[in-house]
Design a binder for this molecule. Structure first.
Ligand code: COA
Length: 165
């Protein structure tokens, strides 16, 4: 049987426990999950692409089913180049649906052989996103419930937290 490969794309600025939960679920379904960092998304990331990649690599260094890559181009081109058959996206709440539906159908329109698989992260992470984590870190709050220690360390160094009163 051929190796089943999926690509999990995102900005990951930074990766959170919610993303990690989706990646873990992805490895239960696919032989290999490529976490793909979008270098130039429409957002203005706090971390450089290379920093975002380094954090994800560190977290999954002992998991041979997870690899990390970075890209600038069209997602479907990368998926085809890697001989992957699926795109993984996390669905946290109904509010995610419309945007995800649009992306999945657009990607399918561009390449009908690629399917998008939606995975639901653990309910503990449904409210989470990277913006909230960056904001808490910037204001000097504790982000250890949201990101692993290696990400927390880099966040604290990166942002200059305001002193909490
Ligand atoms: N846990 C925690 N947070 C999560 C999450 C989860 N399981 N799933 C999503 N999020 C958060 C992210 O942290 C992010 O938060 P932020 O907005 O505060 O940064 C937000 O939800 C959604 O971001 P993400 O999942 O990273 O997707 P994105 O919208 O930033 O990325 C791309 C979209 C990069 C996948 C998409 O633009 C793309 O494919 N671009 C490539 C170019 C292309 O092919 N375009 C055509 C696509 S149709």
């Amino acid at each position: 049987m051929s190796t089943r490969i999926a690509v999990y794309p995102g900005t990951f600025d930074p990766i959170t426990y919610g993303h990690m939960d989706v990646i873990k679920r992805g490895t239960n379904l696919f032989d290999k999950v490529i976490v793909l960092v979008a270098r130039n998304s429409t957002k203005t990331p706090l971390f450089t692409g290379e920093e975002r990649v380094a954090m994800i690599k560190e977290i999954f260094r002992n998991n041979p089913r997870v690899s990390v890559d970075i890209f600038d181009g069209l997602l479907v081109d990368f998926v085809v180049r890697k001989k992957a058959t699926a795109i993984i996206r996390g669905l946290r709440a109904l509010s995610d649906f419309e945007y995800e539906f649009q992306m999945a159908l657009t990607n399918r329109k561009m390449d009908g052989t690629i399917d998008t698989v939606f995975l639901v992260p653990d309910e503990r992470y449904t409210y989470l996103n990277s913006t909230i984590v960056r904001e808490i870190a910037r204001l000097g709050g504790d982000v250890s419930d949201f990101v692993p220690p290696c990400v927390r360390k880099r966040l604290v160094t990166k942002v200059k937290p305001h002193t909490r009163r």
